[in-house]
Design a protein around this ligand. Sequence first.
Ligand SMILES: NC(=O)C1=CN([C@@H]2O[C@H](COP(=O)(O)OP(=O)(O)OC[C@H]3O[C@@H](n4cnc5c(N)ncnc54)[C@H](OP(=O)(O)O)[C@@H]3O)[C@@H](O)[C@H]2O)C=CC1
Ligand SMILES: O=C1O[C@H](COP(=O)(O)O)[C@@H](O)[C@H](O)[C@H]1O
Length: 507
Amino acid sequence: MTVPNPLRDPQDRRLPRIPEPCALVIFGVTGDLARKKLIPAVYDLANRGLLPAAFVILGFARRDWGDGDFEDLAREAAKKHARTPWREEVWTRLAGNFKFVGGSFDDNDAFDTLTSTLDDLRASHAIQGNAAFYFSIPPGAFPLVLKQLERTGAADNTVSGGWRRVVVEKPFGNDLDSARELDDLVDDVFTGEDVYRIDHYLGKETVQNILALRFANAMFEPVWNSNYVDSVQITMAEDVGIGSRAGFYDTAGAARDVLQNHLLQLLALTAMEEPVGYSPDEIRTEKLKVLRAITLPGDLENNAVRGQYAEGWVAGEKVDGYLSEENIPAGSTTETYAAVKLGIQNRRWAGVPFYVRTGKRLPRRVTEIAVMFKKAPHLPFHAYDTETLGHNQLVIRVQPDEGVTVKFGSKVPGTGMELRDISMDFLYGEAFTESSPEAYERLIRDVLIGDKTLFPDAAEVEASWAVIDPLEAFWAGRKPHPYAAGSWGPAAADEMLSRDGRTWRRA
Ligand SMILES: NC(=O)C1=CN([C@@H]2O[C@H](COP(=O)(O)OP(=O)(O)OC[C@H]3O[C@@H](n4cnc5c(N)ncnc54)[C@H](OP(=O)(O)O)[C@@H]3O)[C@@H](O)[C@H]2O)C=CC1
Ligand SMILES: O=C1O[C@H](COP(=O)(O)O)[C@@H](O)[C@H](O)[C@H]1O
């Protein structure tokens, strides 16, 4: 046992901390994310007893609503999407704490009303001046809402007498330049330490477990490098299409929507060095070194593939192609699939390709990180006995079958010496009685208690755009490869790996 160093591990994380009295202000409270994730997460926190006794949830949207209308929407959303069981008594306690302000982002009166509502709550000692502003709104509206919060003084924690924090959804910017502009603006309006750039993948239990797996054990780290690893495959596949998000999605595409953030964060956690301690700064320092060391191959023509789904069949159901989705402009060349080979220029990973792919309308929803090991340098068996042996694999199954799989060769029972690959599985559902909190539940609580460990900082976001920008520039003006909905993406993505003598793992 050593004396704890408060810089390396600033808090005892075994005990759940209850936030101070506060308000959570959600902009875009009628939207998809707020209804499916944020409001249910607030209910789950209440259900687990992790909200302060004095807590107000304040919704803002373009509706002529009273507090009761908002409460009705929230109840329906929580009942439908919460992870924890429905308990009427929990809802009853939460229910009196809903407030609603209606208006558009360019409506000064609405923001004045919002600010005076927060002032009244502080004056009545309901929230002690503490408030977190959650931007669950189209990314293009971030600057306007920031300016409104600046104009009204609502962002100013010296005036409010408590803390004022802001949670900015992804994508943070549209490229490196716009991310920098947004960084400047958000740091002007709030102080840097009060800005939470959210990437909900970091709130997933299985993603946090990457560091535990790698650094709490002795057996993985010695082989976690280019001496033993042949390649790494990171897959984020979705069976859904773009749903009702055409307006946002068509301006973004798969690379900006998830590659720039979720997938590069998964890559950073997989490839980073051991942090000095489990504190926000130490972890970000190591992730940032990886993000800055990422390179795109010179030959992008053969190593970066973008695709767009055409009509097809998913889970036995005929579905439209992207171009027939509601509100998608005719002839759109936005990609719904992206696959790219990345390198990491450091001693640990030089020469190891990281193949990263994501797509909508693929056969099933699965996110995983597969570390593919090199083949054994020599086998003392006959070649015909080992025909079915592949690479050893360690697969971190992020979702939906949360767990870890290790794949290795084993003797087939019998008198001969035939070898075959087998799998050893760790399943969360079998190993733990505790249920995983939903990512947003974890992250909202972190915002309210002021823990930034799981939030990327400006430098990480900028380093990620520096990877994506040249890719987008290369793709500009090129048509994506069509792929049938329900397939694993364009043939060009398979060819990309086969040129390297590899195949995609069947996820
Ligand atoms: N949906 C998802 O699965 C995920 C979304 N995100 C991010 O979350 C954010 C929100 O996404 P999502 O919920 O899907 O978006 P939606 O389009 O479903 O919702 C947007 C919300 O913003 C409101 N809004 C838009 N314009 C204005 C305006 N001028 N004035 C007032 N309110 C306005 C809408 O209100 P109104 O009802 O009046 O139109 C609505 O409540 C985005 O940044 C997205 O990238 C991140 C991860 C996942
Ligand atoms: O951020 C986003 O993530 C969702 C997928 O999230 P998951 O937790 O269900 O894996 C994706 O559908 C959406 O396009 C993207 O904006």
